[in-house]
Design a protein around this ligand. Structure first.
Ligand SMILES: Cc1cc2nc3c(=O)[nH]c(=O)nc-3n(C[C@H](O)[C@H](O)[C@H](O)COP(=O)(O)O)c2cc1C
Length: 326
């Protein structure tokens, strides 16, 4: 069993990674239904929340069917982050995750996300203050280091544990790598193998087949796998990995009928959550390419899906896809 505060997860849990514009309540619920053991919100700006920016506040929505769920926050200013902890705690997540891994310039340039990897003392003191501010478990998601010459993740993880962090998810790339190259899980295994570590260490980066999840468990000895891109348009991935772990066999590929049904369910849930047909229809557009990836001669249908403004029109295209490819 893997424990984070009072959260109890089965052995080698599969975590849905925080993903901007992807890990919203509908998608999190779908992944949970398909076997994800724990889910995260997308990152939420501390400064945005404090200003009560409506968009940031909406991101705090969590629902009982997706628990355990963590709210992920990012920022670099001590006062703002502490205020953010207070605001976020009221939304009653199961834990709060701090993003020390986002590589994008506009975040990093303010010293937030992976930017803080250039100032480990600040990272530790900020984290310590946040841990003291709340009774909820605080977890961290980070990268190996700023660049190849500054991979100090073993010491960083130890220091985070010492100030009370209850789990760490590590993406096996540096900030400099952004998303390029292959994720390196070896330094993550070094964190796990450090005799002083007792909190769960989750591996992240490029878990895109069931075999890779097994490798992360058996060859790297990590406590669980955090899965991002492989789940986009593919919430079944969690179930597929679990089945493979249990039986050593692969589940049958997902049928077109199942893909159509899942996309439709996702669309309906988005409309319901946003309480707006048009917003749900628009937001769903970014997902179709992934739901129907790999289908030959699909372009015409994808185009229709992403240009239809009316719900019934989208339903009709989905029906057409089912007829044509199902
Ligand atoms: C579309 C997208 C949005 C992301 N947004 C976030 C985010 O909000 N917070 C975060 O910590 N990581 C974010 N990430 C990084 C993922 O959580 C993860 O670390 C990365 O994709 C590597 O894992 P993967 O190979 O399983 O995708 C994002 C990644 C993608 C592809």
């Amino acid at each position: 069993m893997v424990k984070i505060g009072n959260i109890e997860l089965e052995d080698f849990p599969l975590l849905l990674a925080p993903m901007e514009d992807v890990s919203d309540p509908p998608f999190r619920a779908l992944c949970k239904q398909q076997g994800a053991d724990m889910v995260y919100t997308e990152f939420i700006s501390s400064e945005g929340l404090i200003r009560d920016a409506a968009k940031s506040v909406k991101k705090l929505d969590i629902f009982k069917e997706e628990r355990p769920v963590g709210i992920q926050i990012f920022g670099a200013n001590m006062d703002s982050m502490l205020q953010t902890i207070d605001i976020v705690s009221q939304a009653k997540p199961d834990f709060i995750d701090i993003n020390y891994g986002c590589p994008v310039k506009k975040v990093v340039s303010k010293g937030a996300g992976a930017g803080i990897l250039q100032d480990i003392d600040k990272m530790v003191s900020l984290t310590e203050a946040m841990v003291k501010r709340t009774n909820l478990p605080i977890t961290v998601k980070t990268r190996l280091g700023w660049d190849a010459s500054s991979i100090h993740i073993v010491e960083v993880a130890e220091r985070l544990q010492d100030v009370g962090v209850q789990a760490i998810a590590i993406h096996g790339r540096t900030r400099k790598q952004m998303y390029k190259g292959e994720a390196d899980w070896k330094p993550i295994a070094e964190v796990k193998n450090n005799q002083r570590m007792y909190i769960p260490i989750f591996g992240n980066g490029d878990v895109n087949t069931p075999e890779k999840a097994v490798e992360m468990r058996d060859e790297y000895g990590l406590d669980g796998a955090m899965i991002g891109r492989a789940s986009i348009g593919n919430p079944w991935f969690f179930k597929q990995v679990k089945h493979f772990i249990k039986t050593g066999e692969h589940l049958a590929p997902i049928s077109i009928a199942d893909r159509v049904e899942m996309a439709r369910k996702h669309l309906d849930m988005s409309i319901q959550w946003k309480d707006s047909e048009i917003v749900g229809v628009m937001e769903m557009r970014r997902h179709y390419g992934n739901y129907f990836k790999g289908i030959p001669h699909f372009k015409e249908y994808r185009l229709k899906l992403v240009t239809s403004d009316k719900l019934q029109d989208v339903y009709d295209v989905l029906e057409e896809i089912q007829q044509k490819f199902g």
